[in-house]
Design a protein around this ligand. Structure first.
Ligand SMILES: Nc1nc2c(ncn2[C@@H]2O[C@H](COP(=O)(O)OP(=O)(O)OP(=O)(O)O)[C@@H](O)[C@H]2O)c(=O)[nH]1
Ligand SMILES: [Mg+2]
Length: 315
């Protein structure tokens, strides 16, 4: 099947053309759901690699985004929001995917949402490594803070419980302080050749990204309950001379969810399909024909075998 290639080509060796010293390393972005981790990675990359939404638990997999400048390459690991209290196999997979992304990282970015602090933030903070890996505290969504004076006492409270090498207030959405963040990261990366070709933007396949774009439109268009029980499977992919023909199946858990997703006279699924197609055409830079189906497979999100067959196997 086409669409399996990674976005860009992998590089062996690396370094700059003039042979000057380069830095390269891995940075994990960690935090509870919905604080803005994926928005941050996308803004830093200048391209949407990871899907985002107003709803918590949007990201389900560890996704690498690769930022290459003249003399450094930062490999970000965007991760699912760390959460507790949910026991479905899918939730266990998501937490594992986040925690396993911490292995071998050079820097951790621990992200919180403004001055909000919940038990979920506490839980995520308790999962941070204690092995000397530098941890930067990112206070995100500062654009929403009306009274900036509340920041300082909040930062003091957080720093009392944990040693952060730096604290940076940012706006992932508006780009505030992201250059400062990049500098703070680069100076902590080892001197090393680049791991990836400079035009490679992610380690995920084009096919994975297409399935994620479709899931994003579902998550964004549906109410709060349904999105957590939806996944997308690419069933057919044909690259023709003029367009790419893709068929994808949206799997839900219950017949009622299928009805919601289809909408009256099919208007909901039609609008999801149109929005997804436009984004996919931008990604593939060619015309796309997208056919979407909705199927009920009850219990898929709590069935380890079903999850594996749907691509939730590799952390
Ligand atoms: N105002 C404001 N909103 C933001 C900012 N960063 C993210 N958001 C919004 O917060 C919501 C969640 O953003 P995501 O990037 O999906 O959050 P996440 O941490 O990746 O969430 P999960 O994948 O569910 O763990 C979206 O509606 C974003 O537009 C910011 O700096 N300012
Ligand atoms: Mg996310």
């Amino acid at each position: 099947m086409a669409g399996d290639g990674i976005v860009g080509d992998e590089n062996v060796g690396g370094g700059t053309p003039d042979g000057s010293e380069t830095r390269c390393g891995l940075v994990a972005i960690i935090g509870r759901p919905n604080v803005g981790k994926s928005t941050l990675m996308n803004h830093l990359l200048g391209q949407k690699v990871s899907i985002t939404s107003r709803k918590p638990q949007t990201t389900r997999h560890r996704i690498h985004g690769i930022l290459t400048r003249d003399n450094h390459q930062i490999v970000f690991a965007d991760t699912p929001g760390i959460h507790s209290g949910e026991t479905r196999a899918l939730n266990r997979y998501m937490n594992q995917a986040a925690l396993s992304a911490l292995a071998g990282v050079d820097v951790v970015c621990f992200m919180v949402d403004g001055v909000k602090w919940t038990s979920a933030d506490e839980h995520a903070m308790n999962m941070l490594p204690n092995d000397g890996t530098p941890i930067i505290l990112l206070i995100n969504k500062v654009d929403k803070l009306e009274d900036k004076a509340v920041l300082l006492p909040h930062i003091e409270r957080l720093c009392a419980g944990r040693d952060f090498v730096e604290v940076i207030p940012v706006s992932a959405l508006q780009g505030h302080n992201l250059e400062e963040l990049e500098q703070a990261l680069v100076k902590r990366l080892p001197v090393a050749p680049f791991w990836f070709d400079e035009d490679q933007i992610t380690d995920r396949s084009v096919r994975f990204m297409v399935a994620e774009i479709i899931r994003e439109k579902v998550v964004r268009q549906l109410g709060d309950e349904v999105p957590h029980q939806v996944t997308v499977e690419i069933e057919m992919w044909t690259d023709g001379p003029k367009l790419t023909d893709i068929a994808a199946c949206i799997l839900v858990e219950r017949p009622g969810q299928k009805r919601i997703l289809i909408g009256s006279a099919g208007d909901r699924i039609k609008s999801i399909g149109t929005q997804a197609r436009l984004d996919i055409e931008q990604l593939l830079e060619r015309k796309v024909m997208l056919n979407l189906w909705v199927k009920v497979r009850s219990g898929w999100s709590d069935d380890v075998r079903a999850l594996r067959s749907l691509g939730y196997g590799d952390l």
